[in-house]
Ligand binder design. Structure first.
Ligand SMILES: Cc1cc2nc3c(=O)[nH]c(=O)nc-3n(C[C@H](O)[C@H](O)[C@H](O)COP(=O)(O)OP(=O)(O)OC[C@H]3O[C@@H](n4cnc5c(N)ncnc54)[C@H](O)[C@@H]3O)c2cc1C
Length: 389
């Protein structure tokens, strides 16, 4: 089958790798010349790693992953440990270690595995045409450079601002601002800030400062601050603002702010999208953030894009009634799970970021009583139910 994929993010490239392995002829169109991900790193939880393993990328993802052996929550003001425990029980239960990885490196690894020669960079999708009344209609994509391409299937892996979604739904969906701004980047590991093998999160006032180890002796860091949407994004001001937002916080947090390089720091206003389950129109189908835009509060957006890729690939391989039938089965399996996780992340986001200060305080109190079991079970609940369990 000839397949067009729109978007060379985690979703588009992983789907491309899987579909090529099934013998399909796949071309990816990506509107930017150079992909600049909105986050410096990404935590690929066990379900996402299993999807990459399934694509034959076991060694590659392992090489990018940091050694995240433990998890700790720390009181941001006093620097006292609220809870600290090993992630090993989760690894044993899930059957796979999670890997925090650099996004740029993950992107490059996926691009290499898919084959750069089949990615058309700097070419954006601007229109789609298909004859819905005709059985086995082909789909034609029109691009920003005036070219077009016709295929048996078009996969819209074009992210949170998806044109393909607008085409399928016949309207634009407004994104919902989640109420906080996230600054993220990479720094060299410094054990006076946090242990090298731990996912450490400082909390207080509905804010978060988090560090995760990735390969190459680096920490992925992020700061979350509840703020109104639409404030100016002035890179020169990042450190001054973070110092202001984290006044009175403990020494490791101050040290981290001193260490960051604003030129290499990303600032993102966090949004999600109200879940919906119309992911298909004829021979056009959604995958990844275009289908389910989530807040990053449970680290599942990219992992769900990977699950979509594996399941879509498999659905097209194992269901031979028709392509339409295989697409229908893909959506029936994927939409409930991905949409459920959007809502889990939204709820987690509210508690973490002080939407209701009493609920956030209750969570801080809970953390001080936590021996790890509840948190690990929470993460496992998100991981389990993936297509490779
Ligand atoms: C701060 C932050 C932290 C996160 N942390 C995690 C985490 O720890 N774990 C996790 O699993 N997920 C995380 N996520 C979510 C994750 O980043 C996304 O879910 C994931 O990147 C989605 O991949 P995608 O391929 O669907 O979309 P994208 O990565 O957005 O890729 C879409 C691509 O399509 C291209 N495109 C768009 N329109 C067109 C067009 N018209 N024509 C051609 N190309 C087009 C874009 O340029 C882009 O390259 C995080 C997100 C954020 C914002």
């Amino acid at each position: 089958m000839k397949i067009i994929i729109i978007g060379a993010g985690i979703g588009g490239l992983s789907a491309g790798i899987g579909l090529k392995k099934q013998g399909h002829q796949v071309t990816v169109y990506e509107r930017v010349e150079k992909i600049l991900p909105v986050g410096a790193a990404i935590s690929v939880w066990s379900n996402g790693v299993k999807c990459l393993n399934y694509l034959g990328l076991n060694e590659e993802v392992k090489a990018l992953g940091g050694d995240m052996a433990n998890l700790a929550y720390i009181d941001g003001f006093t620097n006292s440990v609220m809870t600290q425990f090993s992630l090993q029980p989760l690894v044993e239960e899930a059957g796979q270690k999670p890997y925090p990885v650099s996004r740029a490196e993950l992107q490059a690894m996926l691009m290499e595995a898919f084959g750069k020669e089949d990615v058309k960079l700097g070419i954006g999708l601007v229109n789609i045409e298909q004859n819905l009344s005709e059985k086995d209609s082909k789909v034609t994509a029109y691009f920003s450079d005036g070219s077009s391409d016709t295929a048996d299937l078009l996969i819209g892996a074009d992210g949170t601002h998806s044109f393909t979604r607008e085409y399928i739904l016949g309207k634009k969906l407004e994104r919902r601002y989640a109420g906080y701004v996230n600054w993220n980047g990479l720094v060299e590991i410094d054990e006076s800030i946090a242990p090298a093998d731990q996912w450490t999160t400082f909390v207080g006032e509905g804010k978060r400062v988090s560090l995760m180890p990735i390969a190459g002796g680096r920490f992925y860091f992020f700061f979350d601050v509840p703020l109104p949407v639409g404030l100016p994004n002035e890179r020169d001001n990042y450190k001054t603002l973070l110092k202001q937002y984290f006044t009175g916080w403990c020494e490791p947090v101050q040290k981290l702010i001193d260490k960051i390089d604003p030129a290499k720091t990303n600032r993102v206003e966090i949004h999600d999208i109200e879940p919906f389950d119309t992911w298909v129109k004829g021979r056009v189908v959604l995958l990844g953030d275009s289908a389910h835009g989530t807040t990053p509060d449970i680290g599942q957006g990219g992992c769900q894009a990977l699950e979509d890729s594996i399941y879509l690939t498999r659905s097209l391989a194992i269901n031979t009634n028709s392509i339409d039938d295989a697409l229908k089965r893909y959506v029936e399996v994927r939409a409930p799970r991905a949409n459920h996780l959007v809502m889990v992340a939204r709820k987690r986001c509210g508690v973490t970021h002080g939407e209701d200060p009493a609920a956030t305080q209750a969570w801080y109190d809970e953390l001080r009583q936590e021996d790890g079991k509840r948190i690990l079970q929470g993460i496992l609940n998100n991981i389990q139910g993936n297509p490779l369990d």
